[in-house]
Design a protein around this ligand. Structure first.
Ligand code: EPU
Length: 420
């Protein structure tokens, strides 16, 4: 398996282009199932999860092609096979996002039940409850969710928890249902809003996306889309933390500041100077060591769980003691044991990790465990003395486009080693 090698100690300097958001691209690609007409998605990042999604849609009978390096064209007029098999779902939980569109347009779907996951149990009960409220009959058999319906009917759905992909799945189901749907306690993440904007461009009637109550008037059919996806706030946040940890000065081009308020606030608390424009964010640490910050994860607009591991790494080398609390997933601290191998002083207590910053980490071989945990190991490697080698980097490739190239452009000494 490929590995990444980092020689730490270089302050990052320069400007980096932020890619399209993984967690917006995936649902928007799935939304192509809602229409017979051609769809075109621009600003698509080169990620393993995008490849998996294309494979999934193609297996169903959608015709998928590349218009250029960052543009995907899809036509789902001859989908013959409304199924997401275990082989694909086990590599990408977001495959569950075909459920809503398939039931809404074809009246049937068979989707493997995602199992447990490295960061927590991650049930999908809210997706299923919502579909049932819309009139689908849903059963779980032999590891598969089987859902059938004539035409879905609009309903009021109150989610028990503000699930991101659950909200997206139900929004995609409701746009083709008969009548009005209200999703209460909806997720408010920018990726939900991006999906809603794309659906609106297809002719859907949706209001309230970005608030906790989304109202949808179902349509008999939808047109295709020609849409450009939002920039990835988590990729941007990760590069900004890298700049802060190394005492550097980095501009994230394309990043949308409004999607990162809680993260930018924490970076300022840690001593960074932040400046922003409509489509860029710049962080200057002026060579200073970051100060420790407390972080407590929450649904948007709270501090994102997808940035928790990166701030845990920042606290590892910060001045002072930081407390990081994970409230969204129950087991999202796999990086802690690896960071300790570099000399981090961290104590894990339930859903909280208490971090006493040390002036220096020392490089070591490390194992990537999940996507964001892996990113935190890369960040730690950027400040560790000597060499850090991270194994199983396929986790990083699921969500970061060319991370070693982009960090290399900012001056990091980082390279990918062939499998060994
Ligand atoms: N939950 C339930 N029942 C459900 C659905 C969720 O109890 O039916 C719980 C989960 O177990 C969790 C909480 O609700 O405790 C929130 O989970 P959510 O459903 O919002 O997460 P998700 O939709 O599965 C998306 C992102 C994740 C991101 C989370 C939280 C995608 C494809 N994935 O997952 O991204 O961490 O929202 O913001 O959008 C990543 O990119 O690394 C990643 C894991």
């Amino acid at each position: 398996m490929a590995r990444i090698q980092i020689e730490g100690g270089v302050p990052l300097e320069g400007s980096v282009q932020i890619s399209g958001a993984k967690n917006a691209v995936l649902p928007i690609l799935m939304a192509s199932l809602l229409s017979k007409q051609p769809c075109r998605l621009k600003n698509v990042p080169h990620l393993k999860d995008v490849t998996t999604t294309i494979e999934l849609l193609a297996q169903m009978g959608a015709v998928v092609g590349l218009a250029d390096q960052f543009t995907i064209e899809l036509v789902a007029d001859s989908v013959s096979h409304q199924e997401a098999p275990y082989e694909l779902v086990k590599t990408m939980r977001a495959s569950i996002l075909v459920l809503g569109p398939l039931v809404a347009r074809f009246g049937r779907a068979k989707v493997s039940l995602p199992g447990g996951c490295a960061i927590g149990a991650r049930p999908v009960d809210q997706h299923l409850k919502g579909l049932e409220a819309l009139g689908a009959s849903v059963r779980v058999e032999s590891g598969y969710i089987q859902a059938t319906a004539d035409r879905l009917k609009g309903a009021k759905i109150v989610l028990d928890t503000a699930t991101v992909t659950g909200t997206e799945n139900l929004m995609m189901a409701a746009v083709l249902a008969e009548g009005e749907t209200l999703i209460e306690n909806a997720a408010q993440e920018p990726e939900v809003v991006d999906l809603a904007n794309c659906l609106i461009s297809m002719g859907a009637e949706i209001s309230g996306a970005g608030s906790n109550c989304i109202r949808i008037q179902g349509q008999a059919e939808l047109a295709g889309y020609d849409y450009s996806v939002l920039a990835d706030r988590i990729e941007a946040g990760t590069f900004l933390v890298a700049a802060a940890m190394t005492g550097g000065h980095v501009q994230a081009r394309g990043a949308v500041p409004d999607t990162l308020d809680s993260v930018l606030q924490k970076l300022e608390q840690s001593g960074a100077d932040i400046s922003t424009g409509e489509h860029w964010i710049e962080l200057n640490m002026h060579g200073r060591r970051p100060k420790a910050v407390d972080v407590s994860t929450a649904p948007f607009p709270g501090f994102p769980t997808d940035m928790q591991a990166q701030f845990t790494a920042l606290n590892a080398i910060a001045d002072g003691t930081g407390i990081v609390r994970e409230n969204v997933f129950e087991n999202r601290f796999m990086h802690v044991l690896e960071l300790q191998r570099l000399g981090a002083d961290m104590r894990l207590e339930g859903n909280t990790v208490i971090i006493r910053g040390v002036p220096k980490l020392t490089g070591a071989p490390l194992m990537a465990t999940d996507l964001r945990a892996s990113a935190s190991l890369v960040l730690a490697g950027l400040v560790a003395s000597d060499s850090t080698i991270i194994d199983r980097v396929y986790h990083i490739d699921r969500g970061y486009e060319n991370i070693e190239e982009k960090l290399g452009q900012l001056g990091a000494r980082i390279k990918r080693l062939p499998a060994g």
